[in-house]
Design a protein around this ligand. Sequence first.
Ligand code: DCP
Ligand code: MG
Length: 369
Amino acid sequence: MNKASRAILHLDLDAFYASIEQRDHPEYRGKSVIVGGSPDRRGVVATASYEARKYGVHSAMPSRTAQRLCPDAIFLPARFEVYRAVSQQIMAIFRNHSALVEPLSLDEAYLDVTNAVHTLEEAARLAREIKRQIWDQTQLTASAGISYCKFLAKIASDAHKPDGLTVIPYEEAPVFLEALPIEKFFGVGKVTAAKLRDLGIQTGADLKHLGEERLHDLLGKHGEQLYRFACGEDGRPVEPVRERKSVGKEVTLEHDIRDRGEMERILEQLAVQVERRLVELGITGKTLTLKVRWSTFELVTRATSCAWGFQLAQEMLPVLRSMLSGLDEDKRAVRLLGVIVSGLISPDETHRARLVVTPSLWQDEHVEA
Ligand code: DCP
Ligand code: MG
């Protein structure tokens, strides 16, 4: 590779939890498998096998809805210990091929393989080899994306799932990006997408057309980054080690709210998502922080510590409610709510080693460097 150009791979296992269940229970192969909470207990779907996805079932959907869409589905509880062990196997394969591996969650990572190849075609051959090793060692399939930057490599891995392999060469990036819906751009969540769609902006071509200045006016610094992505520029390095100090989730509300009940409902949703991540990582955290941004943009946080650690949403909720009522005396309108658990503790030290390399599953997650 010439100096200016990089070769980045993004690898992402297909229907990760569900594929592991089908692997370990041959009788479930070829069937609609849904891993997650039970439909009878107001659970949500963690993931669904590709057979179930044909019925419209997807991650984060209430399990009851999933059951209605796909009545024959087999519902299974998650086995996080097994998923974590498989994750270690695949991360070890990745690390055999590059020192620059950045895990994004249990089942996906970026690899910078610039030093190992001369061209993106060679990088694609390497990706095929990695996919083969994953199959040989775990009997699971992964999808690979290959490009000259992170953002495009990730989009490429998603393009032909499952068991896909997609290269987006430098020359093809502009055409690809022009047609790309705004929701697919890194960092564009629901609120940003709605804002842009209101202005008639639907695709990468529209973003580019709008121009850097307008995007800056609309979205601040994030708008500038978005403009650069629309131009196919993403210089973000693959960062091998990010020490996780906290697990958090926050949401910018579509409309400012004053209603305490509504705030509590949102806090519950956030706490459930934080719980999911803590359970997935097998950890608890000593400190629970409530983050509130008032409609005036003023930011306040309140924290409470407990010696045995927070993990379950049900344990976080009373504490969050009481911290909220301490803040909310003036009944001011709120624009953002966040729940963060920090002071992370794991049951054993081998777990701690894993924490170092298992960062964010959510793009807008609160991660302290
Ligand atoms: N997960 C979850 N809840 C979500 C999203 C994901 O519990 N809202 C879990 C279950 C997934 C795993 O994380 O198996 C990996 O997430 P992915 O987004 O990579 O989804 P999958 O691997 O299941 O499917 P895909 O083939 O689309 O990658
Ligand atoms: Mg996956």
